[in-house]
Design a protein around this ligand. Structure first.
Ligand code: GUN
Length: 304
């Protein structure tokens, strides 16, 4: 008998969540509520086109009515804010997602602050960021860190007292994930270290980790000698690298050298097929919760 694989199947875990979300959507629809999600994309960033397309397709599959507003690259901040006002005022729109990155002339802080907190399924509004820091479960948690958290929980990874090392301190993944895992709550209580480009002896920090999360966006940065044997390794990175042997001339790789690290790790996420599907699953879950809250139904807090 071959030993059980240590590869975490993010697609299968995401499907579990979609099943739960789907049942909630059926219940909403039976009560006359059609969950609605609006995507806003500014410019033609190829990665953003792919991501929004994936989220649109999953919305359709689950029965969430989505719309996508595409604005030209030269859109002013004022124009984008006007569109957000319209979506805020639309009772058929329960969730709003403005895809990052935004063009240079637009200040993301102002944009994310303009989305109503109760429609902010991305969890980027200062109210939701604050609620996460305070441990208030009535806010929305950003989808990628929420997806990583859920992936760890559903893979039976012990977080209480664990040494978690996060590589990357961005607002979308590193900072909110640190807040989630350090909070005094069930399925948390970890000791979290956040490493970044100025961290001294980063490899030594990595080697102490029971759970190592790579989210700094450097292709194949994490080597086998940076991982403690038996550690759980989560790869959040999506990096396009030059590859003359590929038809397109490039390919996508994560932040972890998967083939080298997998034999050392206790558990490891593949990439693709690890964190990505979980991010989408948590976006769908956040959207359904926004619709439940807007219609005065249950589901007023994060789901764990
Ligand atoms: N760009 C990369 N990740 C995200 C995300 O989670 N939300 C949005 N809106 N944009 C992103």
């Amino acid at each position: 008998m071959s030993p059980p694989s240590n590869v975490i199947d993010g697609r299968a875990l995401a499907e579990q969540i979609h099943g739960e979300t789907s049942r909630r959507i059926v219940a909403l629809q039976a009560a006359g509520v059609q969950p609605g999600l609006a995507f806003v994309r500014v410019g033609e960033d190829p990665a953003s086109q792919v991501y929004v397309g994936m989220k649109e397709r999953m919305s359709a599959r689950l029965g969430i009515r989505s719309q996508t507003q595409v604005l030209p690259e030269a859109t002013s901040e004022a124009e984008l804010l006007r569109l957000i006002d319209l979506l805020n005022a639309d009772p058929g729109v329960h969730g709003i997602l403005v895809q990052a990155p935004l063009p240079r002339q637009i200040d993301p802080t102002r944009v994310y602050s303009a989305v109503l907190p109760q429609k902010d399924v991305d969890g980027f509004h200062p109210t939701n960021v604050g609620k996460l820091m305070l441990g208030d479960p009535t806010g929305f948690v950003p989808c990628t860190p929420a997806g990583v958290h859920e992936l760890l929980i559903r893979s039976q990874v012990t977080l209480g007292g664990a040494e978690v090392v996060i590589l990357g301190r961005g607002n979308i993944v590193g900072k909110p994930l640190a807040a989630l895992l350090m909070q005094k709550a069930r399925h948390a209580n970890a000791t979290v270290t956040v490493c970044h480009s100025q961290t001294r002896d980063l490899a030594a920090h990595c080697r102490r980790a029971d759970v190592l999360v790579a989210a700094m966006g450097v292709a194949e940065f994490v080597r086998a000698d940076m991982v403690k044997p038996g550690a759980v390794v989560v790869d959040v990175g999506v990096n396009r690298v030059h590859d003359p042997s590929a038809k397109s001339g490039s390919r996508l790789v994560g932040d972890v050298q998967f083939a080298a690290v997998q034999p050392v790790a206790g558990k490891i996420t593949p990439n693709p097929g690890g964190v990505g599907p979980m991010t989408i699953a948590l976006l769908m879950q956040n959207t359904v919760r926004a619709a439940e809250q807007a219609s005065g139904r249950s589901g007023s807090t994060t789901d764990h």
